[in-house]
Design a protein around this ligand. Structure first.
Ligand code: FHN
Length: 428
């Protein structure tokens, strides 16, 4: 579940969290980069067991391939992401039109990607990486310079910490975890924390209780009252955090007034997997972004850098294509600062978002010549004018029994999606 907000139909500049308050930037930015990068990346998705069999997985490789702890630690000691280039990573995000970045600071394997003082299981103390470098600090600097917000993923489920699985010793783990979170907030001033690993499991046991999660959330609020926290802090649906986190899907709802972010992979894996070349098309990705925006959701799209710290070319290419679509003809207007419109039913031919007195109908199935786009009204409103963004192509607007018919005068300007901008009077 997620904290609710008044829908656009009830905009009140004073109390509309969309336009003011702690989460307003998050609600308006709409599009972020997820980065899964850790000791697992060093294996690039494949582990050859002592018997010669090859086991494949990405960020769960230690557990799914039953890699013994000493063998996993041994491989991590060779991890050397020397080619990690924070400027290039932030540049790829900016080029895609992304407004924030969330990178894994610690995934389930417990390996910290910053020079934590809590233990030596980290990129500074347990790798072949240059000990003078700090990739989170490099990323923070480049993100700040580029005006992109930086957040950290942090797994509260930890396969490495000796005190984790046993409820009797869990408080010792919890103390170390709190110390790590304070390190992250103090050293890098993240805009948000993306928690994960709160689900019930006995493999290994997850001792987290709802009470633990509530205690953690209030600790975080004290650390930084401006911090945004997702809903995977302690038992999901009990400790709400600020926003819901559907994964690999775009929920039909909640649309009006809820705060949520859908995270997705570009291929089939979060962490880098050399063998997985099953990349989604940029058309699919743009249409996912439009669909999430039209339901007041954010889209967090993942990249998984390889063992040397490089983002795979196919990922960079698709992100660049998304950015081209967003910049073309000002089509990003349909995304940034836009949200569920509340005025029309979701059409079969695309997605409709709203920003003030504008409706942005992103058309992914253009009508046959002379055909019309049907808009079914949920409430009475007037359409004052309509135009195709960029082309200036005329769009005829006719009232119908249950809404409006939009008849463009020519062809779609962009097969991925052509945006028709309607200027409306939403009525009382
Ligand atoms: O187990 C993790 C998984 O590795 C990945 O980090 C995703 C990203 O949202 N979260 C968990 C699965 O829900």
């Amino acid at each position: 579940s997620a904290r609710s907000e008044p829908g656009p139909g009830t905009d009140h500049a004073v109390d509309d969290p969309f336009t003011s308050g702690r989460t307003s930037w998050f609600r308006q930015d709409r599009f972020g980069m997820f980065i899964h990068f850790g000791a697992y990346s060093n294996l690039e998705g494949e582990y050859t067991r002592p018997d010669g069999t090859v086991c494949r997985n990405a960020e769960w490789i230690q557990r799914e391939c039953q890699i013994p702890k000493d063998a996993y630690e041994k491989q991590a000691a060779t991890f050397d992401p020397a080619d990690f280039d924070a400027k290039a990573v932030v540049g790829a995000a900016k080029d895609a039109g992304m407004k924030y970045i969330v990178i894994t600071s610690k995934h389930h394997d417990g390996y910290a990607m910053w020079p934590t003082k809590v233990n030596s299981w980290n990129l500074r103390d347990h790798s072949a990486f240059d000990k003078r470098r700090d990739i989170l600090a490099e990323l923070k600097k480049e993100a700040d310079d580029a005006g992109i917000k930086l957040g950290f993923y942090y797994s509260i489920w930890d396969w490495h910490d000796p005190d984790f699985p046993d409820p009797a010793t869990f408080p010792r783990y919890e103390k170390r975890m709190y110390a790590q979170l304070k390190e992250l907030v103090d050293a890098y001033d993240p805009a948000l924390l993306w928690f994960d690993g709160e689900w019930d499991t006995e493999n290994p046991h997850n001792p987290w209780t709802a009470r633990d999660g509530e205690r953690l959330e209030s600790y975080l609020r004290d650390l930084d009252p401006e911090l945004i926290v997702n809903n995977r802090v302690g038992k999901r649906r009990v400790v709400d955090g600020d926003y819901g986190t559907p994964e690999q899907e775009i929920p039909d709802g909640p649309v009006d007034g809820q705060l949520w972010e859908s995270c997705m992979t570009l291929n089939g894996h979060w962490g880098y997997a050399r063998y997985d070349q099953n990349w989604k098309s940029s058309t699919t990705l743009v249409r996912n972004l439009l669909a999430t925006t039209s339901r007041s959701g954010n889209y967090l799209l993942n990249v998984g850098p390889d063992a040397r710290g490089r983002i795979p070319e196919p990922s960079v290419d698709r992100l660049a294509e998304m950015g081209s679509w967003l910049r073309a003809d000002g089509q990003g207007e349909a995304v940034y600062g836009a949200r569920y419109g509340g005025l029309v039913e979701e059409p079969s031919w695309g997605a409709v978002s709203r920003k003030g007195d504008k409706l942005y109908a992103a058309v992914t199935q253009w009508p046959e010549p002379g055909g019309a786009l049907q808009l079914k009204a949920r409430t009475a409103f007037e359409v004052k004018s309509a135009r195709v963004l960029g082309s200036g192509q005329k769009v005829e607007v006719a009232k119908t029994a249950d809404g409006y018919a939009l008849t463009p005068s020519g062809e779609a300007t962009n097969p991925t999606g052509t945006v028709v901008e309607l200027t409306v009077d939403p009525g009382p």
